[in-house]
Design a protein around this ligand. Structure first.
Ligand code: 3H9
Length: 675
């Protein structure tokens, strides 16, 4: 096999070039090639300086994650980085694209760094449940100081080349199109300059106040995760002990994380997210349809949020409402959302105007005729939706894609109200649609492959994580939510409190529990609205106007700032119901809550899989991570079930009298996993 690394001589400079698509990950062959390159430079007196650069779209984007958990091939990355730093000829890293993780560590091992202005540098390891394990936690604070090193390692967001230059992580900015020449010139300039700047020889200044502030400020964000604290500890260590000792500490912490469940879960999600974009029976290179203008029907919360995704991506939107007041209200909310984002400094006022300038608000339904994709976002009613699709069929241009944002309804039935069911699918956005990353793309029986592929590609463009779902009630996410909500209600009847159940879910790592979620979404959603018909605790709450946060009363009482407190009235209602139904009471334990609210979700996930409504178990995990805030360090419900053990899950379900999905049972019997 040919090496992904080649070298070129340019006068006195040896250029070591990596060509390892797609992202120049630092796999064994790359590391071996780099080692050979450095040895070549060391061993040849004609070489006076070295440049390390990459072909393709990016500088090294990190260690090769696919090698993790497998036997390590020499040289290990930390050894290689030390070797680069120890080279007695100046080594220049020439950076474009993203120098991430191990790639950034290679760059910091070099004596000098030059980058194009569009480049980014970062340590995203924490997002994989890890820390920079090739000296990054020790070199970064030495070069850039503790506060930036903390930001970069413990939060994992990359920084711009300009910011890196201000912090000393980059020495020079190259021309956007002249990196190779500029890097060579830089290397030539550095020939003979001594001593060579080596990060390992520098001191890292302690900054205990910055560390405390950083921890405090990010406590919420880091809740439940192991890796941020380990990153912080390593950076602090760099200020306390000599470099070699710090490296040993970093190694030990890295290995602990690497062997742990959290990193396995986070790495699983990294690949799951990318796999979700692939549709088993649709070739990647299928011809996609051109989407130049999007139409949205309905300017309510959903329609407005959906539109913003396209506007932000520079795609014009025609938004249609029934009356001027609703249209004005909807567009007003969109503008306000953009302006709030601008006030936080995340976008400029110009960008607000640019986005809003792409919006065409209208009352004229026929204006949708010019759109290439039309998304219906009106309320959940089959007859209304069928009527809209029937009308769309008459005015939409040939080849336009017709999508419904329904969260539950049958896409096949909606498609059948048109003469072109092959152009119809579901695009289920999650609220708030301009923020939540998940998009369930619902494939109808007749949806054409190119329609599906077009929408999946478009999802990436508007920065959504898209997952293909089959037609069934609630698709993947909401379908799995249902058994959880049902069981949570039953537990109330048997002696648990809403607070107790929610607490178990929050401690598990969910952003909120079933009752907090119900209060936020609206307890009255889907309620029959007959105040005299009280068949459940929820009916009783609704009949009293306890519709959730919006009414300052739901399963909890709320103050003016929407802070919840347990509600004595709800306790009374529950008690009343317990008496009325004669439900048997018992002490409900945390374990029982887990077994009865989380295990049934896994069971439903297994049913979804065996019915072919999800392509793969990892897709289900992606849905729950990005749509419902399942803690990423638990890898999604199906991955979590693997870590609990499918046998344990089956036993738990059977103990509580659930009907166990055959697929789950089979897997448990064979000792298999979902992922
Ligand atoms: C690390 O460095 C540890 C060290 O500190 C210590 C070691 C001792 N490895 O995202 P894309 C694949 S940890 C293997 O769609 P984009 C990816 O799966 C690492 N494969 O492209 C996909 O494959 P496929 C720290 C990788 O342009 C293909 O490349 N680094 C890796 O949207 C294209 O990826 C990171 O965490 C990898 N490191 O975004 C960076 N990276 O086509 C992770 C990607 O088969 N990577 N692949 O589905 C990223 O954030 C993005 O890929 C990047 C490009 C921004 C680079």
């Amino acid at each position: 096999m040919t090496s992904p690394i080649r070298t070129e001589r340019h006068g006195d400079v040896l250029v070591i070039i990596s060509d390892n698509p797609p992202v120049n990950a630092l796999g064994a062959a790359v590391r071996q090639g780099l080692e050979a390159g450095i040895k070549e430079a060391q061993g040849d007196s004609a070489v006076k300086a070295v440049v390390i650069r990459c072909d393709g779209k990016t500088f090294f984007a990190g260690a090769d994650i696919t090698e993790f958990g497998k036997p390590m091939q020499e040289p290990a990355l930390p050894v290689l980085v030390d070797m680069i730093e120890a080279c007695d000829k100046p080594v220049v890293a020439a950076i474009h694209g993203t120098a991430l993780g191990g790639g950034c560590e290679v760059a910091l091992g070099c004596h000098y760094r030059i980058a194009v202005p569009s480049a980014k540098l970062g340590f995203p390891e924490v997002k994989l449940g890890l820390l920079p394990g090739a000296g990054g936690t020790q070199r970064a604070p030495r070069i850039a100081g503790v506060p930036l090193a903390l930001e970069m390692t413990a939060k994992g967001n990359p920084i711009s080349a300009k910011k890196a230059k201000d912090a000393g992580l980059v020495d020079r900015l190259a021309g956007e199109d002249s990196l190779v020449e500029d890097a060579l010139a830089f290397a030539n300039e550095m020939i003979g300059k001594t001593p060579l700047p080596r990060a390992s020889m520098m001191d890292a200044k302690p900054d205990p106040q910055a560390v405390e502030e950083f921890k405090k400020k990010n406590a919420r964000r880091f809740r439940g995760f192991d890796a941020p604290a380990a990153n912080i500890a390593c950076v602090v260590k760099a200020t306390e002990v000599p470099f070699e000792e710090g490296i040993q500490f970093e190694r030990q912490e890295f290995m602990k994380l690497m062997m742990g469940v959290q990193s396995a879960a986070q790495r699983h999600i990294f690949f799951a997210e990318r796999k979700a974009a692939k549709i088993d029976d649709v070739p990647d290179d299928i011809q996609k349809r051109d989407i130049k203008r999007v139409g949205v029907i309905g300017a309510g919360t959903m329609g407005g949020g959906i539109s913003m995704n396209f506007l932000s991506a520079g795609i014009p939107v025609t938004i249609v409402e029934m009356n001027q007041e609703a249209l004005d209200r909807g567009t007003g909310v969109m503008r306000k959302n953009y302006e709030n984002t601008a006030a936080k400094g995340r976008i400029t006022q110009d960008q607000v105007e640019q986005a809003m300038g792409l919006l065409n608000p209208t009352l004229d339904f026929d204006a949708l005729g010019e759109c290439d994709l039309i998304i219906e976002a009106v309320y959940e009613n089959m007859d209304v939706k069928k009527d809209i699709f029937g009308r769309l069929d008459k005015i939409a241009k040939k080849g336009a894609i017709l999508a419904s944002n329904t969260s539950y309804l049958d896409i096949n039935e909606i498609a059948a109200s048109t003469s072109r069911p092959e152009d119809v699918l579901g695009m289920h956005f999650f609220s708030p649609a301009n923020v939540m990353k998940l998009l369930e793309v619902v494939r109808g029986d007749k949806t054409a492959k190119d329609v599906l592929a077009t929408v999946m590609a478009l999802a990436k463009k508007i920065r959504k994580v898209a997952v293909v779902a089959g037609v069934c009630h609630g698709f993947i996410g909401n379908r799995m939510l249902m058994p959880r909500q049902v069981e949570a209600q039953k537990l109330l009847m048997e002696g648990a409190t809403p607070e107790q159940i929610d607490k178990v879910h929050v401690e598990f790592g969910m952003p909120m529990g079933p009752f907090q979620m119900s209060d936020l979404a609206g307890v009255d959603i889907g309620w029959h609205r007959d105040e005299s018909r009280i068949e459940s605790i929820r009916d009783a709450l609704c009949a009293e106007g306890r519709w959730g946060q919006k009414k300052k009363a739901g399963f909890y009482d709320y103050d003016d700032k929407r802070n919840p407190s347990p509600s004595p009235r709800v306790a009374e209602i529950i008690e009343d119901f317990r008496k009325k139904t004669g439900a048997e009471q018992h002490e409900v334990t945390e374990q029982e809550i887990v077994e009865r609210t989380l295990y049934p979700m896994v069971n439903e996930g297994a049913k979804i899989l065996e019915e072919g409504k999800a392509q793969r178990a990892s897709d289900i995990d992606v849905v729950w991570i990005y749509g419902y805030g399942w803690p990423v360090y638990r890898g999604g419900p199906m991955f979590w079930a693997d870590t609990v053990g499918l046998k344990t899950i089956v036993e738990g379900l059977e103990k509580h009298g659930f009907d166990v999905a055959p697929l789950l049972k089979q897997k448990a019997e064979k000792g298999e996993r979902f992922n």
